[in-house]
Design a protein around this ligand. Structure first.
Ligand code: GAR
Length: 210
Protein backbone atom coordinates (compact mmCIF):
# COMPACT_ATOMS: atom_id res chain seq x y z
CA UNK A 1 0.00 0.00 0.00
CA UNK A 2 1.47 3.34 -0.97
CA UNK A 3 0.19 6.62 0.35
CA UNK A 4 -0.43 8.07 3.76
CA UNK A 5 -0.94 5.87 6.82
CA UNK A 6 -3.57 7.25 9.14
CA UNK A 7 -4.19 6.45 12.79
CA UNK A 8 -7.67 7.56 13.84
CA UNK A 9 -8.59 8.18 17.49
CA UNK A 10 -12.31 7.99 18.28
CA UNK A 11 -14.75 7.87 21.19
CA UNK A 12 -18.20 7.73 19.62
CA UNK A 13 -20.25 7.24 16.48
CA UNK A 14 -17.39 7.63 14.04
CA UNK A 15 -19.15 9.46 11.21
CA UNK A 16 -15.94 11.42 10.59
CA UNK A 17 -13.98 8.15 10.46
CA UNK A 18 -16.54 7.01 7.90
CA UNK A 19 -16.04 10.18 5.84
CA UNK A 20 -12.28 9.53 5.79
CA UNK A 21 -12.62 5.87 4.75
CA UNK A 22 -15.17 6.87 2.07
CA UNK A 23 -12.71 9.43 0.68
CA UNK A 24 -9.99 6.79 0.56
CA UNK A 25 -12.29 4.32 -1.18
CA UNK A 26 -13.25 6.96 -3.73
CA UNK A 27 -9.56 7.57 -4.41
CA UNK A 28 -9.63 11.16 -3.14
CA UNK A 29 -7.09 10.43 -0.40
CA UNK A 30 -4.24 8.13 -1.41
CA UNK A 31 -3.52 5.94 1.58
CA UNK A 32 -5.21 3.92 4.28
CA UNK A 33 -6.55 4.02 7.79
CA UNK A 34 -3.98 1.71 9.38
CA UNK A 35 -5.51 1.58 12.85
CA UNK A 36 -8.45 2.96 14.82
CA UNK A 37 -8.00 3.50 18.56
CA UNK A 38 -11.08 4.01 20.71
CA UNK A 39 -11.30 5.35 24.25
CA UNK A 40 -14.75 3.77 24.51
CA UNK A 41 -15.39 0.04 24.26
CA UNK A 42 -18.91 0.54 22.87
CA UNK A 43 -18.06 3.22 20.30
CA UNK A 44 -19.88 2.53 17.03
CA UNK A 45 -16.70 3.76 15.34
CA UNK A 46 -15.11 0.38 16.23
CA UNK A 47 -17.88 -1.41 14.31
CA UNK A 48 -17.27 0.85 11.32
CA UNK A 49 -13.57 -0.04 11.45
CA UNK A 50 -14.42 -3.74 11.52
CA UNK A 51 -16.72 -3.38 8.51
CA UNK A 52 -13.84 -1.85 6.55
CA UNK A 53 -11.34 -4.49 7.71
CA UNK A 54 -9.38 -1.91 9.70
CA UNK A 55 -7.75 -3.02 12.98
CA UNK A 56 -9.68 -1.45 15.87
CA UNK A 57 -8.18 -1.25 19.34
CA UNK A 58 -10.00 -0.27 22.53
CA UNK A 59 -7.57 1.27 25.01
CA UNK A 60 -9.05 1.77 28.45
CA UNK A 61 -7.57 4.75 30.30
CA UNK A 62 -8.45 3.06 33.61
CA UNK A 63 -5.95 0.29 32.92
CA UNK A 64 -3.09 2.78 33.26
CA UNK A 65 -1.81 4.40 36.45
CA UNK A 66 -1.00 7.69 34.78
CA UNK A 67 -1.99 9.69 31.71
CA UNK A 68 1.64 9.39 30.57
CA UNK A 69 1.51 5.58 30.61
CA UNK A 70 -1.84 5.64 28.78
CA UNK A 71 -0.49 7.91 26.07
CA UNK A 72 2.77 5.97 25.79
CA UNK A 73 0.74 2.88 25.08
CA UNK A 74 -1.22 4.69 22.35
CA UNK A 75 2.07 5.94 20.87
CA UNK A 76 3.41 2.36 20.83
CA UNK A 77 0.33 1.14 18.97
CA UNK A 78 0.42 4.02 16.44
CA UNK A 79 4.14 3.40 15.83
CA UNK A 80 3.57 -0.33 15.42
CA UNK A 81 1.27 0.58 12.51
CA UNK A 82 3.82 3.07 11.18
CA UNK A 83 1.28 5.90 11.25
CA UNK A 84 2.18 9.16 9.43
CA UNK A 85 -0.75 11.29 10.59
CA UNK A 86 -2.99 11.01 13.65
CA UNK A 87 -6.62 12.12 13.32
CA UNK A 88 -8.75 13.02 16.32
CA UNK A 89 -12.19 12.18 14.96
CA UNK A 90 -14.54 12.78 17.87
CA UNK A 91 -11.89 11.76 20.42
CA UNK A 92 -13.17 13.05 23.74
CA UNK A 93 -9.93 13.03 25.73
CA UNK A 94 -7.36 15.80 25.99
CA UNK A 95 -3.85 14.72 25.05
CA UNK A 96 -0.84 15.83 27.08
CA UNK A 97 2.44 17.30 25.74
CA UNK A 98 3.93 13.77 25.84
CA UNK A 99 1.69 12.71 22.96
CA UNK A 100 1.84 16.02 21.10
CA UNK A 101 5.67 16.03 21.09
CA UNK A 102 5.75 12.54 19.59
CA UNK A 103 3.61 13.59 16.61
CA UNK A 104 4.36 17.32 16.35
CA UNK A 105 2.41 18.90 13.45
CA UNK A 106 1.18 15.41 12.61
CA UNK A 107 -2.07 15.46 14.61
CA UNK A 108 -5.29 16.93 13.22
CA UNK A 109 -8.52 17.55 15.09
CA UNK A 110 -12.02 18.29 13.84
CA UNK A 111 -13.99 20.71 15.99
CA UNK A 112 -17.72 21.43 15.54
CA UNK A 113 -17.52 25.26 15.67
CA UNK A 114 -15.57 28.18 14.25
CA UNK A 115 -12.48 28.27 16.49
CA UNK A 116 -11.70 30.38 18.55
CA UNK A 117 -15.44 30.67 19.29
CA UNK A 118 -17.06 27.90 21.31
CA UNK A 119 -13.83 25.98 21.77
CA UNK A 120 -11.39 25.00 24.50
CA UNK A 121 -11.98 23.14 27.76
CA UNK A 122 -15.55 21.90 28.19
CA UNK A 123 -16.54 22.53 24.56
CA UNK A 124 -17.07 19.17 22.93
CA UNK A 125 -19.84 17.31 21.14
CA UNK A 126 -23.39 18.57 21.69
CA UNK A 127 -22.23 21.03 24.39
CA UNK A 128 -20.76 23.15 21.60
CA UNK A 129 -24.07 23.39 19.71
CA UNK A 130 -25.99 24.07 22.94
CA UNK A 131 -23.65 26.97 23.72
CA UNK A 132 -24.00 28.30 20.15
CA UNK A 133 -27.81 28.33 20.42
CA UNK A 134 -27.75 29.88 23.91
CA UNK A 135 -25.42 32.65 22.79
CA UNK A 136 -27.56 33.44 19.79
CA UNK A 137 -24.84 33.70 17.15
CA UNK A 138 -26.09 33.68 13.55
CA UNK A 139 -23.31 31.51 12.17
CA UNK A 140 -21.29 28.59 13.44
CA UNK A 141 -19.34 26.00 11.47
CA UNK A 142 -16.54 23.48 11.62
CA UNK A 143 -12.75 23.74 11.94
CA UNK A 144 -9.89 21.37 11.15
CA UNK A 145 -6.68 22.30 12.94
CA UNK A 146 -3.30 20.92 13.89
CA UNK A 147 -3.15 19.96 17.55
CA UNK A 148 -0.74 21.71 19.88
CA UNK A 149 -0.41 21.66 23.67
CA UNK A 150 -3.51 23.80 24.26
CA UNK A 151 -7.18 22.87 24.01
CA UNK A 152 -8.27 23.65 20.42
CA UNK A 153 -5.49 26.23 20.02
CA UNK A 154 -3.34 24.80 17.21
CA UNK A 155 -2.93 26.30 13.71
CA UNK A 156 -6.16 26.27 11.69
CA UNK A 157 -6.14 24.35 8.39
CA UNK A 158 -9.72 24.69 7.08
CA UNK A 159 -12.95 26.28 8.31
CA UNK A 160 -16.41 26.44 6.86
CA UNK A 161 -19.42 28.43 8.00
CA UNK A 162 -22.85 26.96 8.80
CA UNK A 163 -25.79 29.36 9.33
CA UNK A 164 -27.79 29.02 12.54
CA UNK A 165 -31.52 28.87 11.69
CA UNK A 166 -34.33 30.25 13.85
CA UNK A 167 -35.87 26.83 14.40
CA UNK A 168 -32.57 24.98 15.00
CA UNK A 169 -32.27 22.52 17.87
CA UNK A 170 -28.99 21.07 19.14
CA UNK A 171 -29.65 17.99 17.00
CA UNK A 172 -30.57 19.78 13.77
CA UNK A 173 -27.58 22.10 14.09
CA UNK A 174 -25.22 19.22 14.93
CA UNK A 175 -26.43 17.34 11.84
CA UNK A 176 -25.77 20.28 9.49
CA UNK A 177 -22.36 20.94 11.07
CA UNK A 178 -21.48 17.25 10.68
CA UNK A 179 -22.17 17.45 6.94
CA UNK A 180 -19.55 20.18 6.71
CA UNK A 181 -17.13 18.25 8.95
CA UNK A 182 -17.39 15.29 6.58
CA UNK A 183 -16.32 17.55 3.73
CA UNK A 184 -13.47 19.56 5.29
CA UNK A 185 -11.80 16.81 7.36
CA UNK A 186 -11.06 14.52 4.38
CA UNK A 187 -10.07 17.59 2.36
CA UNK A 188 -7.52 18.63 5.02
CA UNK A 189 -6.11 15.09 5.06
CA UNK A 190 -5.85 15.10 1.26
CA UNK A 191 -3.98 18.42 1.30
CA UNK A 192 -1.61 17.14 3.98
CA UNK A 193 -1.00 13.85 2.17
CA UNK A 194 -0.14 15.74 -1.03
CA UNK A 195 2.36 17.93 0.85
CA UNK A 196 0.30 21.07 0.24
CA UNK A 197 0.13 22.40 3.82
CA UNK A 198 2.79 24.85 5.00
CA UNK A 199 2.75 25.91 8.66
CA UNK A 200 3.99 29.49 9.18
CA UNK A 201 3.64 30.35 12.85
CA UNK A 202 -0.06 30.25 13.61
CA UNK A 203 -1.04 30.22 9.95
CA UNK A 204 -1.41 27.24 7.67
CA UNK A 205 -0.91 28.15 4.03
CA UNK A 206 -2.18 25.97 1.21
CA UNK A 207 0.24 25.68 -1.72
CA UNK A 208 -1.38 26.84 -4.97
CA UNK A 209 -4.56 27.40 -2.98
CA UNK A 210 -5.88 23.87 -3.60
C1 GAR B 1 -18.03 15.66 15.84
O1 GAR B 1 -19.02 16.66 15.74
C2 GAR B 1 -16.70 16.29 16.20
O2 GAR B 1 -16.49 17.55 15.63
C3 GAR B 1 -16.85 16.42 17.69
O3 GAR B 1 -17.48 15.23 18.09
C4 GAR B 1 -18.31 14.74 17.02
C5 GAR B 1 -17.91 13.32 16.73
O4 GAR B 1 -18.76 12.74 15.77
N1 GAR B 1 -15.58 16.60 18.33
C6 GAR B 1 -15.40 17.38 19.39
O5 GAR B 1 -16.30 17.98 19.95
C7 GAR B 1 -13.96 17.49 19.86
N2 GAR B 1 -13.78 18.65 20.68
P1 GAR B 1 -18.37 11.39 15.04
O6 GAR B 1 -17.95 10.37 16.13
O7 GAR B 1 -19.65 10.97 14.38
O8 GAR B 1 -17.26 11.65 14.07
Amino acid sequence: MTGIKLGVLVSGGGTNLQAITDSIERGKIKGEVSVVISSNERAYALKRAEKHGIPGVYINRNNFKTQKEYEEHMITVLKAYDVDLVLLAGFMKVLSPVFIAEFRNRIMNIHPALIPAFSGMGFYGSRVHKAVLEYGVKVTGATVHFVDEGADTGPIILQEVVPVLDDDTVDSLAARVLEVEHKIFPEAVRLYSEGKLVIKGRRVLIKNGK
